[in-house]
Design a protein around this ligand. Sequence first.
Ligand code: NAP
Ligand code: GFB
Length: 315
Amino acid sequence: MKLNDKIYVAGHRGMVGGAICRRLDALGYTNIVTRSSSELDLRNQAAVNEFFETERPAYVFLAAAKVGGIHANNTYRAEFIYDNLMMEANIIYAAWKYGVTKLMFLGSSCIYPRLAAQPLREDSLLTGPLEATNEPYAIAKIAGIKMCESFRDQYGCNFISVMPTNLYGIGDNYHPENSHVLPALIRKFHEAKAEGKPSVTVWGTGTPKREFLYADDLADACVFLMMHYDEKELVNIGTGEDLSIKELAELVKEVTHYEGEIVFDSSKPDGTPRKLMDVSKLHSLGWKHTTNLPKGVALAYAHFLKKAHFPLATF
Ligand SMILES: NC(=O)c1ccc[n+]([C@@H]2O[C@H](COP(=O)([O-])OP(=O)(O)OC[C@H]3O[C@@H](n4cnc5c(N)ncnc54)[C@H](OP(=O)(O)O)[C@@H]3O)[C@@H](O)[C@H]2O)c1
Ligand SMILES: C[C@@H]1O[C@H](OP(=O)(O)OP(=O)(O)OC[C@H]2O[C@@H](n3cnc4c(=O)[nH]c(N)nc43)[C@H](O)[C@@H]2O)[C@@H](O)[C@H](O)[C@@H]1O
């Protein structure tokens, strides 16, 4: 990827897309093309084809998607499968049709079977049933992976697929219901401290375990892999370390200096018991994360305090 190559970052206003743009800018890539969803609805195939015909990007980071936490995935099941299938199908097809040099598709750790052996290996894909709460989204992501593989097999397209673990950081979605757990807890503990609430309610039993990667670290991994990885096989992107939701809540309580109680609402779903990524392939390729969780949560909270405008992201 040369510094003057035209690079399309789909989803640039999102947490991941924004981090990728920051990383590319820091490395001196100046020829970046972007569109907001109001400028270009990626579910509209004709509009996507027209965009690719006009702009002719050489590289594509496909970081646009309908994204959310366990409640959003389980509530907006139709939108999660439809929007994600349409966006990825339109972009992957147009990337082939208009001769994109290389495309990176972003999947998610939820594509792996609910009870697959831990840590999750890339070759465990499609070896067992998925987690029910995010199956529509996972199926869409698996379809995106298979589209990239199929266009590589038939037309020789250099389309790669990477599987990030749970992410957090600058530009995250802090919606009280539709967000992921880490931003949700940052907001909950912050508001409880500000309003003098005696306790914070954490969904589920607190026993599931999750892995969290700081979004700017992910962006660095994505640019690294766009530069150095050209294979069909998936690459997991994570830290290789996880903790329980209870431990996470205690960390966020400490970072936000909240002094009340933590209460668990077991009427809410736990989701997948654990989804720790095997990141040995990523490490063997020469990349490793640099931001540990305590530092990352502190950075995310500091940005939340600077930038949060309620009501936050909604959809
Ligand atoms: N967040 C995580 O924990 C996580 C974990 C694993 C993988 N991922 C993957 O990483 C990628 C980015 O996630 P994220 O957390 O950055 O999500 P995000 O913050 O919600 O950003 C998603 C972006 O997609 C765009 N988008 C949504 N619908 C669109 C449409 N119909 N047309 C055009 N653009 C549309 C949005 O554009 P506008 O802002 O212009 O509306 C937004 O910028 C996704 O592929 C996601 O599956 C995320
Ligand atoms: C990376 C993403 O992982 C997602 O699964 P997943 O980690 O369970 O999604 P999260 O919403 O991050 O939930 C992770 C765990 O945190 C618990 N949790 C506790 N309190 C809260 C809260 O206030 N809000 C939220 N959201 N969770 C909370 C939740 O019950 C679940 O066990 C998938 O649904 C997506 O498709 C995507 O793959």
